[in-house]
Design a protein around this ligand. Structure first.
Ligand code: BGC
Length: 547
């Protein structure tokens, strides 16, 4: 028997897996956990894709005394104001939820936070679905918003912390995949519910089952191992690692998590003031994460997603426009699989740069097309270019911003960090939602120009300021942030080493060149293409040979 094979068999017997498999693979329960937490993304997407659909339903208009074609309405209300309040109060609630969530997530754990968030969401959705007047609807929207804000703050970090480092990106991308599926489900459900008297009530209640599913699964699934380590719950940590990791991974990860916590201990409990301090580059990280969320929203994605049917009616019939829109939303789902494949292989930075650049180009083309006369040919071109824009967003700024924000912070400050960055997402979602209809009426080409400039700036910000975080443990993330300085010529981006063997290489350059090939922790130094001395965490290493 060849020697390698014998070693593999021996390792299988002692550690449960052959050596060739170690450092790869994910246990099935981790997938279950990630899919369950991603139900939060379904709820998030369902609301994004669904709430506007009720506004065109006759039964909804009748219930709330909105203007209807060929009908005299008693006590007619201002429907634009009501629509603004329905969306605005939801966004405001979500900002509150994102900022309040960390109190629970950091103190009591990620699961209690998700369970509370889903419960608050169910209360809010029930109030909305049973509304008999607009005041009740507004209260329901605000309460439901709080639930979604907490969910969108907590679910991505829960998935990210429960995942092994080598697969963290793809598992955290399930959040975005679920969001895109939620958008399609809501849009399709609204088409089916439109002509039905209680259709709008069912539409608002439609994501309660996802929230119930999330609660039930959180009652059955384990807590985040990193959170357990941060609270010194070592016995529970060992039990949870046994469920979530292969046998050969349990002890190394247990040691790594508990040692990292020990290293962070002198910093004490995290505070809100710390988020704005220079220590450990916290302010840099918060501002960067919140800016990424801002750029994501100001790229105009939701303006395109929500108003695409209206824009298409300038060229096609309303039926063709609705189907065209549904097609775009399917494309949004499908393109997210590119990220699942690429995010751990190529890292976060390259995807953001590639997607951002194509978005700028597509927005420039949309700007030109929208300045021309409305002909069928131009309409087809607009549809095609919008599809490319959505694909570019769906494999980059859509999922990657959420993934980066879930791994950006040290564990002890993760809740607060995610709270602030998620609040930024909601703030700018609300701003775009409120301003775009008026801005579009004033000049659609100018709107595309604005979105294009914003995402161009966002792409430059990523190039200069975002270090690569793929495969890194939280302490290594601290290190890359500590080490990172903006450079006009950023090396490692094309996957080729720019220096010779023996040259000094920073973790950021290395992470960009070969995300999968860095030592997964300071306890596991690798030799071979790359070598690190014990000062790795302070940002220094040498390249042993060219890969
Ligand atoms: C954004 C949402 C957007 C969705 C579209 C998410 O990453 O945060 O605002 O509607 O992507 O797929």
């Amino acid at each position: 028997m060849p020697k390698d094979k014998a070693v593999d068999i021996e390792l299988s017997l002692t550690t449960g897996r052959p050596k060739s498999q170690q450092g790869k693979g994910v246990r099935a329960l981790v997938y279950v956990l990630a899919i369950a937490a991603a139900l939060g993304g379904m709820i998030f997407g369902y609301d994004i894709g669904g709430s506007g659909g009720t506004f065109v339903m006759d039964s909804f208009k009748e219930q709330f005394h909105w203007a209807q074609d060929n009908v005299t309405v008693s006590n007619q209300r201002d429907d634009s104001l009501d629509q603004g309040m329905i969306n605005g109060l939801f966004g405001l609630g979500a900002i509150f939820g994102a900022l309040f969530g960390p109190l629970l997530a950091d103190k009591y754990g990620r699961r209690p936070c998700l369970i509370t968030a889903s419960t608050i969401f169910i209360v809010g959705a029930t109030v909305q679905a049973t509304s008999n007047d607009m005041d009740q609807m507004w209260i329901g929207r605000f309460v439901g918003g709080i639930g979604i804000g907490m969910l969108s703050m907590c679910a991505p970090i829960y998935i990210s912390e429960a995942s092994p480092e080598h697969a963290r990106g793809k598992l955290a991308t399930l959040w975005q995949l679920a969001t895109t599926i939620g958008i399609v489900v809501a849009a399709a459900a609204n088409i089916g519910l439109e002509k039905w008297e209680p259709g709008w009530r069912l539409s608002y209640a439609g994501n309660i089952p996802f929230a119930v599913g999330l609660i039930v699964s959180m009652l059955c699934l384990p807590e985040s191992p990193r959170w357990l380590a941060s609270k010194d719950k070592t016995e529970e940590l060992r039990i949870v690692l046994k469920k979530l990791r292969f046998e050969d991974e349990i002890e190394p990860e247990f040691t790594k998590l508990t040692t990292e916590v020990e290293e962070e201990r002198h910093l004490g409990a995290s505070t809100w003031a710390e988020m704005w301090s220079d220590s450990n580059r916290m302010r840099y990280r918060v501002v960067l994460g919140a800016s990424l969320q801002m750029f994501q929203q100001l790229s105009g994605i939701n303006a395109v997603m929500f108003y695409a049917p209206t824009i298409f009616t300038d060229f096609f019939s309303s039926t063709v426009s609705l189907w065209g829109n549904l097609g775009l939303q399917f494309i949004n789902v499908l393109a997210t699989f590119i990220t699942i494949y690429a995010i751990d292989k190529h890292g976060r930075v390259k995807l953001l740069l590639a997607g951002g650049s194509t978005m700028v180009v597509t927005l420039a083309v949309l700007l030109t097309l929208s300045s021309l006369d409305n002909t069928l040919g131009i309409g087809i071109a607009v549809l095609g270019v919008t599809a490319v824009f959505i694909i570019s967003f769906a494999y980059s700024w859509g999922p990657v911003v959420w993934v980066v924000c879930s791994e950006l912070m040290p564990v002890r400050a993760r809740g607060k960090g995610a709270g602030l960055t998620t609040a930024s997402n909601w703030l700018f979602t609300a701003i775009v939602g409120a301003i775009f209809p008026t801005a579009r009426a004033a000049s659609l080409p100018l709107c595309f120009a604005f979105f294009g400039i914003v995402i161009a700036v966002g792409t430059v910000v990523v190039y200069l300021y975002l270090p690569e975080t793929a495969h890194l443990s939280p302490l290594q993330v601290d290190s890359v942030f500590h080490d990172h300085t903006p450079k006009l010529h950023r090396t490692g981006l094309l996957g080729k080493p720019s220096a010779k063997a023996g040259d000094e290489v920073t973790p950021d350059e290395l992470a960009l060149e070969a995300p999968g090939r860095i030592p997964s922790s300071r306890f596991e130094r690798r030799t071979g293409d790359y070598q690190y001395d014990s000062s790795y965490l302070s940002g220094r290493g040498t390249r042993a040979s060219e890969p």
